[in-house]
Write a protein that binds this ligand. Sequence first.
Ligand code: ADP
Length: 310
Amino acid sequence: MTLPDYAIEAENLVKTYPATKTTPEMKAIKGIDLKIPRGSIFGLLGPNGAGKSTFINILAGLTKKTSGTVRIWGRDIDERPRDARAAIGVVPQEIAADPFFTPKESLEVQAGMYGVPKSERRTMELLTALGLGDKADAYVRQLSGGMKRRLMVAKAMTHNPPVLILDEPTAGVDVELRRQLWAYVVELNRKGVTIVLTTHYLEEAQELCDQIAIVNKGQVVACEPTAQLLTRLDTRNVVVTPEEPLQAAPELAGFETRLRNGGAFAVSYKTGQSSVEQVLAAVRAQGLHIKDISTEDPNLEDVFVSLTSA
Ligand code: ADP
């Protein structure tokens, strides 16, 4: 069997939540085209309300798309919904574990739901891999929040899907657990599992993902290898407060400037191309006297601004 080039492909995907008595119609996804390469760790980034969960819920078969095409592991979700769903495991944002099952029972039930034959189940292997081997027979309600979350990952993997989707997996998770979780995810990826994760922690995505799509207001505003995206993050701001407050941002050769509150202005420069020194020289060359300066590191918001205001 030939493997698909893309683990997930979305073409002109649209999702509009219809209006209700109390809420207007909501265009959550406005024509997304996305190709997630097989074997990648792919980050889906965006601010709250960008449409990430909606996208994942469509993949998981929990939300019906309005229009467009989606293929999971080469299987069209309209034409082969069951096969498409069998190809992904989804770790949801919310912990939803049955308190009356033990982790072992919980995985067995899940495997049963996916029709995994007993001989092919890897219940203990999964529990051990996620550091839950010694909790196999405890009640789920006795597990800590972190353990429950790991159990969710194990559940998502019971049918051995080639694609694992993690929706905000580390929101509210402590550093130690986060590391463990990532170690396991990276290990799975080494074994060939394509990983898709949503997060609004840029650093996390930066560290793990080989490719990142930035979604904003239901649209993909960037989709590129992480290293390439980071060059866009190369922009830094120097905020200059001049002795005399300005009414308009000064024009500086080779730099973009914007007026800030109180007559100050921000100068953006590319770290690879210029330095704070050069920025200050350009400011002085305009005859401006500097009262104070500060620098700002770019964050995800800066990237959004630069990508969406163009
Ligand atoms: P994200 O996961 O990126 O935070 P969501 O996909 O949850 O974004 O939401 C995208 C938009 O769709 C938001 O404006 C949200 O309020 C809206 N939305 C999400 N789910 C529903 C729903 N079931 N009914 C109506 N609107 C919804």
